[in-house]
Write a protein that binds this ligand. Structure first.
Ligand SMILES: *Cc1c(COP(=O)(O)O)cnc(C)c1O
Length: 427
């Protein structure tokens, strides 16, 4: 991680709780933990659905990988969301909370036969990542009545930082493969079709997402005119960004929905294709801003720089170490204090990129201070790992009525030892 941060005068993001609220939670659940906000989750899902209310049959399939917790899937399910799954475990998480059949989209890559079989048994809508997977799916699980393909536009589309250049991306089919895929699938008896792409991640510019939709709508017209294939649905993928930095703004979802509606009406409607349903598979947009990682300052250290060591590590949130990602920090109870000192805020892994922030101006810290790391609701606990013997943290949910519920306990040393086999172990 080598991101230089210049943020001394940035406004702070506010949090929906006080230091006293968090101290009360800590009395029962020790730090570190991720804390999610049910009200925020529901409101965000409603905002997204409202932005596409003009499109009959619009559905958001929440990308399970962002926050793979059944309680979260259940709440989003109540708001009308399905689940976008990419592995056997993710399919089963969705199934456990009652999502069935077309409530599930299966968007995988380099897929195992057992995963295709499970997706077929559960009736999930399958989104193929390669032309060769058509035969593989047929051989191992049989072809479904409805099938979707993931398009990789290659040089036609410029990607963004996290997802990279589409030409370098392992995902999806080229345009000629895509056309061949629809033809072949139809010959093999597939009756209904979808089209998917995912070319951006954490994209804050709504124009980029409208352009992606435009590209897919034009392709849908081409499929109708060239192959006489009228798509059932177009999946615009996920990738709507969130403002991790305090100076960034939320994507205006209403404006985004209106921009996509204009493209839909000008491209699809004239060709009589306005029965095509739209769907999305956003992860971060829904859960990202509605989670924080709460940790305590364990040690302060002053060598060539000042370090604040937290009781959380990169195992609880690897985005900063992995991508140099920025996460806002709030020192609870010191919200109004000036940033009087500059710190590297670290975990305790034996890796120098185990840092939540580098050269971050913060109020003067003391051992025991509670630090809230913002926007950890997506790709936070989900990316956890056990390297260096670190145990994954708990997940808590603040309900709409203010109660706090444990929705995943912290790992214990027994969990860590459970898979080991050695002389003297219990197995
Ligand atoms: C990761 C992923 C998503 C969700 O991405 P977000 O940036 O969290 O919206 C959606 N679809 C696919 C296929 C993905 O791999």
């Amino acid at each position: 991680m080598n991101v230089i941060e210049h943020n001394t005068t940035m406004p702070n993001k506010s949090l929906p709780f006080s230091k006293a609220d968090i101290e009360a939670i800590c009395a029962q659940y020790p730090t570190p933990f991720h804390l999610y906000d049910e009200r925020g989750l529901r409101e965000q899902a409603r905002r997204l659905n409202a932005a596409f209310a003009w499109c009959p049959g619009f559905r958001e399939y929440f990308a399970v990988k962002a926050t793979p917790n059944p309680t979260i899937l259940h709440i989003l399910g109540e708001e009308g969301c399905g689940a976008d799954c990419s592995s056997l475990a993710e399919l089963l998480l969705a199934e456990r909370v009652g999502l069935t059949g077309s409530d599930m989209m299966f968007t995988s890559n380099n897929t195992a036969a057992a995963e295709f079989r499970a997706a077929r048994e559960l009736g999930a809508i399958i989104n193929l990542d390669d032309l060769a997977h058509l035969g593989f799916l047929e051989q191992h699980a049989g072809l479904p009545e409805v099938l979707s393909f993931r398009y990789n536009p290659g040089p036609e589309r410029v990607g963004n930082a996290i997802i990279g250049n589409p030409v370098e991306s392992k995902f999806g089919l080229t345009r000629p493969q895509l056309l061949a895929g629809y033809r072949l699938a139809r010959e093999r008896g597939v009756r209904r079709f979808g089209l998917h792409t995912m070319v951006a991640s954490n994209e804050l510019n709504p124009d980029y997402i409208v352009e992606t939709a435009t590209m897919l709508f034009e392709l849908a017209v081409e499929l109708a005119t060239m192959l006489d294939i009228r798509l059932d649905f177009i999946n615009l993928g996920g990738g709507i960004g969130i403002p991790y930095r305090p100076e960034q703004a939320h994507v205006d979802l209403a404006a985004l929905g209106a921009g996509i509606e204009r493209a839909y009406r000008s491209i699809l409607t004239p060709h009589g294709l306005d029965s095509i349903k739209l769907c999305m598979e956003c992860g971060r947009l829904l859960t990202g801003p509605n989670g924080v990682l709460i940790a305590r300052v364990r040690h302060l250290k002053h060598t060539y720089k000042r370090y604040a060591g937290l009781d959380a590590t990169m195992a609880d949130l690897m985005r900063p170490g992995m991508y140099g990602a920025y996460h806002q920090l709030t020192v609870l109870g010191k919200e109004q204090q000036p940033a009087g000192e500059t710190y590297d805020v670290t975990g305790s892994l034996c890796e120098n990129n185990d840092k939540f922030a580098i050269d971050r101006p913060l109020p003067v810290l003391e051992v025991g201070d509670l630090v809230a790391i913002h926007d950890t609701g997506a790709h936070g606990q989900a990316m956890g790992f056990n390297y260096n013997g670190k145990l994954r943290s708990a997940e808590l949910l603040r309900r709409v009525d203010g109660r706090v519920e444990l929705i995943r306990r912290a790992e214990t040393l027994d969990d860590y030892f459970a898979t080991l086999r050695f002389p003297g172990s219990d197995f």
